[in-house]
Design a protein around this ligand. Structure first.
Ligand SMILES: O=C[C@H](O)[C@H](O)[C@H](O)COP(=O)(O)O
Length: 262
């Protein structure tokens, strides 16, 4: 599964693979969206098929639902599960307090609902996603299509009084048409460059009529599994700091080896 990967894909893969160590049989697991989460779903699928792992997955997008079914993971809805043991998902940016920007792939709304409905959220990412201050990655804000231009103006007006460096907002496009999320909404990408107070920004954005949710995940993530291009992978816990650092070796036959002790 891991033959001939570029360094960035290696980093994503080892983060995903290491995170599977936190998944136990019987768990209800929130399955994230994006290229890193796709590795996770593939690794979990392999464990279901070859090692008898028994889990039910709650996907955070139609893309992830399709992939999960394809690799053999039983899929249920959040309404069926109600509450989850664990969610594992990627991120576009993460800071030292484990606050995140998510939604680069348009799945922020379902991702935030699923992560919040979980006892624990683990973020898997390549080390390039780590930043000192959030904001270089454009912040996705999901808005309902009705009156989106007015909502955009209100968002821009709101940004004037806040601690951000840039204030450009753009409707996300899919070719010539506005991008439409799984829930039928549009996305405004906010180019803020630097977000001084992410908690305040998140609260203020969600008060604007027409805004459904924003991509700031504050105090939601409990653990980060950070992969590096050379196969190293760090596990960090919000409470304990750095918990472990392991290294995966990529063998010529495409197999991956490590001796993780926990
Ligand atoms: O909407 C998409 C999600 O928030 C993704 O988890 C995020 O964009 C990271 O994706 P990737 O793992 O592809 O960088």
């Amino acid at each position: 599964m891991a033959a001939d990967l570029s360094p960035i894909d290696k980093a994503k893969f080892v983060a995903a693979r290491r995170a599977t160590q936190f998944v136990e049989s019987g768990m209800r697991v929130g399955l994230g969206t994006g290229s890193t989460a796709a590795w996770l779903v593939k690794c979990l699928g392999e464990m279901v098929r070859e090692e008898g792992l028994k889990i039910t997955g709650v996907p955070t997008s139609t893309r992830t639902a399709e992939l999960a079914r394809e690799v053999g993971i039983e899929v249920i809805s959040l309404d069926e599960a109600r509450w989850l043991d664990l969610t594992i998902d990627g991120a576009d940016e993460l800071d030292g307090k484990m606050n995140l920007i998510k939604g680069g792939g348009g799945a922020l709304l379902m991702e935030k609902i699923v992560a919040t409905a979980s006892d624990q959220m683990i973020v898997i990412a390549d080390s390039g996603k780590e930043v000192e201050t959030l904001g270089a990655f454009p912040l996705p804000v999901e808005v309902i299509p009705f009156g989106w231009q007015t909502t955009k103006l209100l968002v821009e007006e709101t940004l004037i009084g806040l601690d951000v460096l840039g204030r450009t907002t753009q409707l996300r496009m899919n070719g010539d048409a506005p991008y439409v999320t799984d829930e039928g909404n549009h996305i405004l990408d906010l180019h803020l460059k630097r977000i001084g107070n992410a908690r305040q920004l998140s609260l203020v954005l969600n008060q604007i009529p027409g805004v459904v949710e924003n991509g700031l995940f504050i105090d939601i993530c409990d653990k980060v599994v950070l992969g590096h291009g050379d196969g190293r992978v760090e596990v960090r816990d919000f409470a304990a700091g750095l918990v472990s650092e392991d290294r995966y070796d990529f063998l010529d036959d495409g197999n991956v080896f490590t001796d993780i002790s926990d």
